[in-house]
Design a protein around this ligand. Structure first.
Ligand SMILES: [Zn+2]
Ligand SMILES: [Zn+2]
Length: 231
């Protein structure tokens, strides 16, 4: 506890949610109360893509019925909101890399099936160069250690630069992301876990899964930190 207090002096910061002093170095700048307040989503959702639904009756959403995705399931921790949203934002854009540890621990709580490899959704090399850090690869590295499943970092590559998904509308996202990824290694017959940070429309994970299955993967299960509520 003493070391923890000492470390916290180094990282002294105010919790971005409640404004109190953060009190534990592991998930600094968050305070323990706000960090523990991050809830796992347990409400009704599509059995395939995990999209939150309002009724308990439908078990598969309209999009998955109309256009069945190549992945077999999406598991995610929580709704992209509050402290979870803030944490992903700090990790992604402010380079608070230490958060990838506790965030990946959350993922380890999900009922993740056995798999042959973990594949992060890649960034285009130009984007990676600008940001110098792929938060999804960092989460995947931790998860690989926690679950003892090999990390396969160069399997999936992004070969087409696409505008940030937040800048384009739903339909455009699907168009933009088409043919943006390439499989660069043998994955025949493998059961794979595809890791992403936030799922919004699902365009990225649909496209990635499609190329992985086309390249011979036996199955793809998507694991993400958060999913945004449908608008
Ligand atoms: Zn707080
Ligand atoms: Zn669905």
């Amino acid at each position: 506890m003493f070391v923890s207090k000492l470390l916290n002096i180094f990282f002294s910061a105010k919790c971005p949610i409640c404004g109190n002093e953060s009190d534990y170095h592991l998930y600094n700048p968050f305070c323990t109360r706000c960090w523990r307040g991050i809830e796992r989503y347990s409400g009704p959702a599509c059995n395939i893509c995990g999209m939150p639904t309002t009724s308990n009756l439908s078990t598969i959403c309209e999009l998955c019925l109309k256009k069945p995705p190549a992945f077999s399931k999406v598991l995610y921790y929580g709704i992209y909101d509050g402290a979870l949203k803030e944490a992903i934002h700090l990790l992604k854009f402010n380079g608070v890399k230490r958060l990838s540890g506790p965030l990946s621990l959350m993922l380890s709580e999900l009922p993740i099936p056995k798999a042959d490899g973990i594949i992060p959704v890649p960034l285009h090399p130009n984007r990676l160069y600008k940001r110098e850090f792929n938060q999804t690869a960092s989460i995947s590295r931790h998860l690989s250690k926690n679950l003892k499943i090999p990390l396969m970092i160069d399997v999936l590559k992004k070969i087409k630069e696409t505008p940030p998904q937040t800048d384009v509308s739903g339909k455009e996202r699907f168009k933009n992301i088409r043919n943006a990824f390439k499989v660069c290694r043998e994955i025949n017959g493998m059961n794979l876990l595809l890791i992403d940070d936030v799922i919004t429309t699902g365009a990225t994970i649909r496209e990635c899964s499609k190329v992985l299955i086309k390249a011979g993967a036996k199955s793809v299960v998507v694991i993400a930190l958060a999913r945004s509520m449908p608008r």
